[in-house]
Design a protein around this ligand. Structure first.
Ligand SMILES: Nc1ncnc2c1ncn2[C@@H]1O[C@H](COP(=O)(O)OP(=O)(O)O)[C@@H](O)[C@H]1O
Ligand SMILES: O=P(O)(O)OC[C@H](O)CO
Length: 503
């Protein structure tokens, strides 16, 4: 494709848990080129997960260069870069050298489980929820950051002197992309740290004191569409403005155009993350959902209720890699469709404990209802259904928390690798008793980041107009009888109750 200065493009950097991707979009937000690279997962101890920030950095630079080359454009053609990222993952680096003081501690890492139990026992849950909207859990950045400060020799003193910087991956990438000139993050990423007051939109002194985090470590917090700085010209052959930033699940919420209160998206990748837009109201959950910032534009925060499930597609990976029942993930739908409906096999995929709305870090997976007749078909169905049951739990908690979620018009917009499975999407609609909409563009995370950058750079329209470009590929409409649905949901609830360690 020839370089055409009159047709600016936008680049989305999507730094995920298992791979980094760079996608070049046209100004009309059509995908022009994609480059992707996986990187190493480090598991130094049971329940610990780390990434090498240098490997992440290299993967981001190289995929961005490749995507630009594939699209046949140069830095001068790029109106802006949008960054979206795996959330909660912690990097601490030296401001003078840019070198990380420790490997990145990944959101999945459970090493601070005991520290979180202590905080809960000391009675800090109400404060943490009131200010940050979060539950005290190792999932979030705060206790991981404290662990680094307490464990890396000299880190706390260096942090207090102002020599170190903390960031989630977006912030670390921004620092590196701008050649160490900008230390900032956006409100959606800040909202995942357990250090941020989501109501005032500022770092919270009490939470920082509780976790012993010096203020000197923290980045500036910006809107999601904002002038974040520009790239070091040496990186991509010219300076490029960075205009967008959002955590990946929030970027998907934007990419799915869930701009109105009551709209909801759910992303089915390795895990599943459902976000329900609650507008300007930060709804405090009574059912162990998270209150989080969906996006912040022009200084205005829009909030969401979030349900985070740690195992969704990972259950399908287990069928493939652990049990060897299938060779490819895509085979599971046909197996499930051919399963014996009279066998009620239920899988509770608590491989790493259960997330929302149970938050039981210590329980482990279980299978119920096995008979001599149970085979690969029933196991495939149980794995796919487990994802639907977990989503039903989230929707149930959302409805209980906020009347806006219970309206008859509730529709779920879905994306992520697993939504390729028609069988799963139909079963999801059946078990939720709500329509499930699969859009034409499934690259919603990158699309959201690109849109935010395009908005900041004046090449994309305001949200209402962008929302009109969202296009449906297929709607799955509930078709299951109420009695069957209720029976299945009751079996699931019973199976979960028997799996939990905290009842
Ligand atoms: N046709 C399918 N049926 C069921 N699961 C699928 C299908 N295709 C992909 N998956 C699952 O989707 C997941 C990959 O989705 P993706 O959005 O790429 O995840 P992530 O971004 O977390 O790496 C994998 O866990 C895979 O098992
Ligand atoms: O990188 P993903 O797509 O698995 O998303 C991870 C989430 O942001 C964790 O909160």
């Amino acid at each position: 494709m020839p370089s055409d200065r009159h047709q600016p493009v936008i680049v989305a950097i999507d730094q995920g848990t298992t791979s980094s991707r760079a996608i070049v979009f046209s100004a009309e937000l059509e995908v022009m080129a994609v480059a992707q690279r996986e990187f190493t997962q480090h598991f130094p101890a049971s329940g610990w997960v780390e990434h090498d920030p240098e490997e992440i950095w290299t993967s981001v630079v190289e995929t961005t260069r490749q995507a630009l080359a594939k699209a046949g454009v140069t830095a001068a053609d790029v109106a802006g870069i949008g960054i979206t990222n795996q959330r909660e993952t912690v990097v601490v680096w030296d401001r003078a050298t840019g070198e990380p003081v420790h490997r990145a501690i990944v959101w999945q890492d459970r090493r601070t489980s005991a520290a979180c139990a202590r905080l809960r026992a000391e009675g800090h849950e109400a404060l943490v929820q009131a200010r940050s909207g979060l539950i005290i859990d190792p999932y979030f950045s705060g206790t991981k950051l404290a662990w680094i400060l307490d464990t890396v020799p000299g880190a706390r003193e260096r942090a207090e002197r102002g020599d170190l910087a903390f960031g989630t991956i977006d912030s670390f990438l921004l620092w590196r992309l701008t050649g160490g000139r900008v230390h900032a993050t956006d409100a959606t990423n800040a909202a995942r740290t357990m250090l941020f007051d989501i109501h005032r939109g500022t770092w919270d002194e009490d939470l920082c004191r509780l976790l012993r985090v010096p203020a000197a470590l923290l980045p500036a917090v910006m809107d999601c569409a904002a002038p974040f700085g520009s790239t070091d010209p040496a990186l991509f052959g010219g300076a490029i403005a960075i205009g967008g930033m959002a955590g990946d699940q929030q970027a998907a919420t934007v990419g799915q155009a869930c701009f109105a209160p009551g709209m909801m998206k759910s992303t089915y990748g390795t895990g599943c993350f459902a976000l329900l837009n609650t507008g300007g109201e930060a709804v405090a959950s009574r059912n162990k959902l998270l209150t989080t910032i969906a996006y912040q534009l022009k200084g205005q925060r829009t909030y969401a209720l979030e349900g985070s499930i740690f195992v969704a597609g990972a259950a399908v990976q287990w069928l493939r890699d652990g049990l060897g029942i299938v060779k490819m993930a895509g085979e599971t739908g046909a197996l499930a469709a051919a399963s014996d409906p009279n066998q009620e096999v239920i899988l509770v995929p608590a491989f790493v404990g259960l997330g929302a709305p149970y938050w039981d870090a210590d329980c482990r997976g279980a299978i119920f209802g096995l008979t001599r007749g149970t085979g690969p078909k029933e196991m495939a169905r149980a794995a796919l259904e487990s994802v639907c049951f977990q989503t039903a739990d989230l929707l149930g908690a959302m409805k209980a928390d906020w009347p806006g979620a219970g309206s008859s018009g509730t529709v779920l917009r879905v994306d992520g690798g697993m939504v390729a499975s028609d069988w799963t999407m139909q079963r999801l609609a059946d078990l939720l008793d709500a329509p499930v909409d699969r859009p034409k563009v499934l690259e919603t995370t990158a699309l959201g980041a690109a849109y935010l950058a395009g908005l900041a750079r004046g090449v994309c329209p305001e949200p209402a107009e962008f929302a009109r470009s969202w296009a449906l590929e297929r709607r799955f409409t509930p078709a299951m009888e109420a009695a069957t649905r209720e029976d299945k949901l009751a079996r699931w609830k019973d199976a979960v109750a028997r799996t939990l360690t905290r009842r």
